[in-house]
Design a protein. Structure first.
Length: 537
């Protein structure tokens, strides 16, 4: 596929995370934010209604069924995070590897989205578009290097428009200039030197003398650099992120110490959702080579592997591989824990091609990607619940002393998840529902659910033991108190008689013995009852 060009592409990088801030507070922050816009959408075609409204805002309806929200970073948000405001702005990836030194590829970031769910699961989604008409192999290769944040395979650089470079430089030197004046100064020339010289001539009231000529000259070739893992962290920092699941730590203070309080977590990898349509060049490949090309390409797409990885024949098989499904004659799906991929190619039939160039890609973005997010939410919510289960007290004594009712709270969360967030069927269309079920299986959601259910049963048994232990303790206490009061009552009732008998010397031992006998019998009743209770367990 080294020479087959990509006719059309959808590439989404997905970074899951959990957050500590209450969901309602996050909603309030984002609802009033100047940097995020909540995405509204119309009804998705052929999707079951209760699935469609899970993450869809309809401003005319109060949707109690919704479990999440979707937002998009606007120009203000891009500027606040030191990104290019233009969604078509070009970013360049520079390889660090010796065998690729000097090699680069370019891409734009058409959109940055944020999904938040009531379960405290969130997703940051970067939409990536590779520039310069790449080949299929180039896209796959680029995905491998760009999504591996912690590997530091390269660096991402970009250059602000000259207007913004001048504006940022002046602000950094405590010179605040109206944007209109900078625009007017551009009549002196389009280089930073000429613009700043023009500003100095136009605005004599402002002191520009402390600006350094060397720095101004460097603005012409100045590039910014941005680590995508840092960008993800910055975007969700105010939500108090707890984990990115696959993450790494680094000292954000840069003082060289190893104090854990100075460490922050950052995402290590991105999941990928990739859809590629190959140009008609694919049809020119010899028939005996087409299948082999499709097999290897789809494998690398769904696993986000580079070409050096050599898969076994079982993983390559298009007909029998568990992680592959052929939806149409010219469209294949591939699933894995690393991501979801769709590979299609143009054919000689122009009617078919028109469908794949228009409606099909709308379905891929609005329909299938949405379903992928719904499935990913189930996976990571279950992982989060499993993690919470491991943090419970690990002994009956600890459970008895659990003053925060952690078990009951966790059981409530699991019941809530099963009721509102778990879905196996999503569409009225056969192939759409089937494709969802296939990547539902690939994400091992049922296995995680089974584990949670077994944990619930274990928790139930522990809770029963906890209640039984408390009941026994209470019952034993009651027996002791009853016995003590019975002894006191008996002795008190016999006290007057006892005083009369004390006058007769030889009868004193009888009453001493009687009193002792009453006490011994009472103690015997207590210990016998306790023994019976212990046998009952």
């Amino acid at each position: 596929m080294d020479r087959v060009k990509v006719h059309r592409q959808i590439i989404n990088y997905i970074m899951p995370f959990t957050f500590k801030l209450p969901y309602k507070e996050i909603y309030d922050k984002l609802h009033s934010s100047l940097e995020w816009n909540e995405i509204t959408s119309s009804q998705r075609e052929n999707m079951m209604e209760h699935i469609d409204v899970l993450v869809r805002r309809d401003p005319t309806v109060n949707q109690r069924e919704s479990i999440g929200r979707q937002y998009e970073l606007n120009q203000n948000g891009r500027a606040a995070n030191d990104l290019l405001k233009n969604h078509k702005g070009i970013y360049t990836f520079h390889h660090n590897q010796k065998d690729r030194e000097g090699h680069t590829f370019t891409f734009s970031i058409p959109s940055i989205r944020l999904f938040t769910f009531e379960t405290h699961i969130g997703f940051v989604v970067f939409s990536i578009k590779y520039e310069n008409n790449p080949t299929v192999d180039e896209v796959i290769d680029n995905n491998y290097f760009l999504k591996s944040f912690s590997k530091h395979y390269g660096r991402v650089s970009y250059q602000f428009p000259v207007f913004d470079r001048v504006n940022r430089y002046l602000k950094g030197n405590n010179i605040i200039i109206d944007n209109k004046k900078i625009g007017q100064a551009m009549k002196y020339g389009n280089t930073p030197e000429k613009i700043i010289a023009g500003l100095a001539e136009m605005d004599a009231a402002t002191d520009y003398s402390h600006l350094k000529d060397e720095e101004i000259k460097m603005l012409a070739t100045h590039y910014e650099e941005k680590a995508l893992s840092q960008l993800v962290r910055d975007l969700v920092e105010e939500f108090e992120p707890v984990t990115f699941f696959q993450d790494y730590q680094k000292d954000y203070r840069n003082d060289g110490t190893e104090d854990r309080q100075g460490m922050k977590t950052y995402p290590s990898y991105a999941l990928t959702y990739t859809a590629l349509t190959m140009d008609k060049q694919f049809l020119s490949i010899a028939d005996d080579k087409k299948k082999e090309c499709m097999e290897r390409t789809l494998f690398k797409m769904r696993r986000t592997y580079k070409d050096s990885y050599k898969p076994c024949a079982r993983d390559l098989d298009l007909e029998n591989a568990e992680q592959v499904y052929q939806a149409f004659e010219n469209s294949y799906w591939g699933y894995s824990l690393e991501g979801l991929a769709n590979l299609s190619f143009l054919v000689e039939d122009e009617k078919t091609n028109r469908f794949f160039e228009s409606n099909y890609y709308g379905n891929l973005e609005r329909g299938y990607f949405y379903l992928f997010i719904i499935a990913l939410h189930q996976r990571y919510a279950l992982i989060k619940l499993s993690k919470e289960a491991t943090l419970l007290p690990n002994s009956l004594e600890g459970l008895v002393k659990d003053k925060h009712n952690q078990i009951d709270k966790l059981r409530e969360k699991i019941a809530y998840f099963n009721l509102r967030c778990a879905f196996k069927h999503v569409s009225y269309i056969s192939h759409q529902d089937y494709i969802y079920q296939r990547f539902y299986v690939a994400l091992q959601i049922d296995d995680l659910m089974t584990k949670i259910e077994s944990e619930v049963e274990s928790l139930g048994a522990l809770v029963d033991l906890q209640k039984e232990a408390r009941r026994k303790g209470t019952e034993i206490l009651i027996v002791w108190l009853t016995t003590i009061f019975a002894v006191i009552s008996t002795v008190s009732a016999l006290w007057t008689i006892y005083k009369d008998f004390l006058l007769v010397g030889y009868q004193r031992p009888v009453f001493y013995g009687t009193t002792a006998f009453i006490i011994v019998v009472a103690l015997g009743v207590v210990f016998f009852r306790k023994r019976l209770l212990n046998k009952g367990t």
